[in-house]
Design a protein around this ligand. Structure first.
Ligand code: ZN
Length: 682
């Protein structure tokens, strides 16, 4: 029997990449146990140090502790997302509680906090640079925001609130899921499916079969719900489905979420006040680029004022189109259907015609070529780096001076064991220790159209922008150049992290960039100008109404989290107040958004919904600068690289942004791009 565990030794692979081919499933659990133990020893060493706490012996030591655990976790959880199986999932269920218990132990470690606090309180005496100050602040806050400064009674109250909140969030999600699963639309007359694409019909038939039913079944799951609302001609069935969707968590049954919503909002408020914040939103936004609720509210209000006239105009067009079908009062369940109809009339953009211009290999070469033009990077395919699946490709990335920058993995095709969607991740972060710059290992994982025996992988335009988006995140990771891993690359505030990714998408809409790679895979001809124009125009379609909708969710989120709730108010009344001035369709009294708003009551988006639009404002504003100077302008690109891509979270993001841009961001560029205002002068 061999006793060595490849997950615990420092890897002897090229660039110390993860040694996938040596890892066996039975290595994981013992490795986690050992890695946690090693981290404990490192932390004990910090707390048992008899010297007075300093930045170096406490904050920096803490930052560089747990290396083995960090690498192991990233390898394991990346595998669990991209190449999982029953065994890996079972291990994940076992080790996740170990990890959360261990991180709780650290957070509640009073001896450790005492040292951290000492350094924090005496920070002036340590002569710290900007990055060190950020790290100190981050470490201190990670304790303080979890109650480390409270007395024992308040600490107990906080723990009690946290337990209640996590149970309530879980219950909230289970209730939404139960109401989602409890409803289906059973159709036995094929005429009722008029308008649906063949693929949707087939899927509905399959769903019926799975449920042991004849005919077709439409459910409230997005892949079933969305196409039905978009294409089904049968208005009453659309109404039935939409009303059921909007009633999730809001019915007279055991899944009702009204009380839970109120409880969560009240507990969050209480928690924030206990920690000395005015409200939950104040607590959350302290660690965001936006900083405080007023900034967010002003931000939403400004966009709202600009988007509303456009939204009203679009709404009138929809109404007119519906009227032709004899609909005198347009309702929520007509929205997607008439929007799609209008889109077809206006653009008739056939995705199948676009795809031949986007052969996957060409798009990859294109994004590499653009990275070279902008940042001087070169990508060399190498087959000597270990991977977890034969579809994974690896590259050695060098900077403009030919110095090794990063290892880059790509994993593009769907398969059993890979979750849906697209994401960027890392197997190893970047840092500088003892003068040595340790470079990162970055990966992007997608689920793109697979090649067939006769056809290469031809991407839809949506897949092209997805690839550029994830590549933008990857650049943030690869170009990272900071001392501390916790501030490196994409370790930035939540409302800042989408800037590099969304910015990158802009190149997909520029003829000058498309001409580098968008060539017909059979004839080699360039993508026609007219198609590019259509892509651009259709991407802005109904942007006013879309924007209004997003902003209304942002307002609702902020309303629930900014102050003390009024006494005895119903969820529906509260919601309608928050929505005032943002609703175009008539209200549906049986429906409620809050009771199924999983982003904020189940997931981690509370006081953060605005960040979708916030990031769009930033990327449009940043790209405007590129457009003004030339989309391949080396100087502009260098400014972006030096001030943003390489800096991670080492400084306040607004300062970094202003240093790149030379001024504050404004929403003008977004509004222009979205066609909501005409382009201004200057
Ligand atoms: Zn993203």
């Amino acid at each position: 029997m061999n006793n060595t565990n490849p997950l615990l030794d420092s890897f002897s692979t090229l660039y110390t990449t993860a040694p996938f081919s040596q890892i066996k499933i039975e290595h994981f659990k013992p490795a986690f146990k050992e890695a946690i133990q090693r981290t404990k020893v490192e932390i004990d060493k910090i707390t048992e140090n008899t010297e007075a706490p300093t930045f170096k012996n406490t904050i920096e030591a803490l930052e560089f502790s747990g290396y083995t655990l960090e690498r192991l976790s990233s390898i394991f959880f990346n595998l669990n997302s991209a190449e999982t199986n029953d065994k890996i999932q079972k291990i994940a269920q076992e080790v996740s509680p170990w990890l959360s218990e261990f991180s709780n132990d650290i957070r509640l470690n009073e001896a450790l906090f005492k040292r951290v606090k000492f350094v924090y309180d005496n920070s002036n005496t340590f002569n710290l640079n900007g990055e060190q100050k950020r790290l100190l602040n981050k470490k201190y806050k990670s304790f303080a925001r979890n109650g480390a400064n409270l007395n024992q009674t308040d600490k107990a109250t906080l723990r009690d609130i946290d337990i209640k909140l996590s149970k309530l969030s879980l219950q909230f999600g289970q209730n939404v899921l139960a109401d989602t699963n409890n409803f289906h639309l059973h159709i036995t007359n094929e005429d009722d499916l008029a308008g649906l694409p063949d693929g949707t019909k087939e899927a509905a038939k399959l769903t019926a079969k799975e449920k042991g039913l004849n005919g077709w079944v439409i459910t409230l799951d997005y892949p079933s719900y969305i196409p039905f609302m978009t294409y089904a001609e049968h208005r009453n069935l659309r109404k039935k489905l939409a009303t059921a969707f909007g009633a999730r968590g809001f019915q007279d049954n055991k899944n009702n979420n009204e009380k839970i919503v109120i409880k969560i909002a009240k507990l969050r408020h209480k928690r924030a006040q206990l920690l000395g914040y005015k409200s939950h939103a104040h607590f959350v936004l302290e660690e965001r680029m936006a900083k405080d609720p007023d900034t967010v509210k002003d931000f939403i209000e400004e966009l709202l004022q600009k988007a509303k006239p456009a939204a009203i105009k679009e709404f009138e067009t929809l109404k007119a189109l519906a009227k032709k079908d004899g609909i005198s009062k347009i309702e929520k369940w007509d929205g997607a259907y008439y929007t799609e109809k209008l889109k077809k009339q206006r653009f008739d953009l056939d995705q199948e015609k676009l795809k031949p211009y986007f052969k996957l290999e060409n798009v990859i070469d294109g994004v590499f070529a653009i990275a070279k033009k902008l940042y001087g990077l070169t990508f060399k395919a190498v087959d000597t780096i270990d991977t977890y699946h034969k579809d994974v490709k690896t590259y050695e990335v060098n900077d403009a001076n030919g110095h090794f920058l990063a290892v880059f993995y790509t994993d593009f095709f769907p398969r059993k064991g890979k979750r849906n969607g697209a994401w960027m991740t890392s197997f190893k972060d970047q840092w500088i220790k003892n003068g040595k710059n340790s470079r990162p290992h970055i990966s992007i994982v997608c689920n793109f159209t697979k090649p067939t025996e006769t056809k290469p992988s031809l991407l839809t335009f949506n897949e092209v922008t997805t690839l550029f988006h994830e590549f933008g995140h990857a650049l943030h990771g690869m170009l990272a150049n900071t001392t501390y891993p916790g501030l490196s690359g994409t370790h930035v505030y939540w409302d800042f992290v989408e800037l590099p990714s969304q910015l990158m998408e802009n190149w997909c809409y520029e003829k000058e960039a498309l001409d580098i790679f968008a060539r017909h895979y059979q004839t080699g001809e360039f993508i026609p100008e007219e198609l590019v124009e259509k892509i651009k125009a259709s991407s802005n379609f109904m942007e006013g109404m879309q924007t209004l909708r997003q902003l209304s969710f942002g307002l609702l989120d902020m309303a629930w989290h900014t102050g003390k709730l009024p006494e005895n108010i119903s969820v529906k009344t509260f919601e309608n107040r928050a929505f005032a001035g943002t609703q175009l369709y008539p209200d549906v009294s049986k429906n409620c958004m809050s009771t199924a708003f999983s982003h904020i009551f189940q997931g981690g988006y509370s006081s953060g919904y605005y960040s979708y639009k916030w990031a769009e404002v930033l990327d449009a504003d940043a790209f405007k600068y590129f457009k003004a100077t030339g989309i391949f302008n080396a100087k502009t690109a260098k400014k972006f690289m030096d001030n943003i891509l390489s800096k991670g979270g080492t400084e306040d993001p607004m300062l970094l942004y202003k240093r790149f841009r030379g001024k504050d961001p404004t929403p003008d560029a977004l509004l222009e791009r979205a066609g909501l205002v005409s382009a201004g002068k200057g």
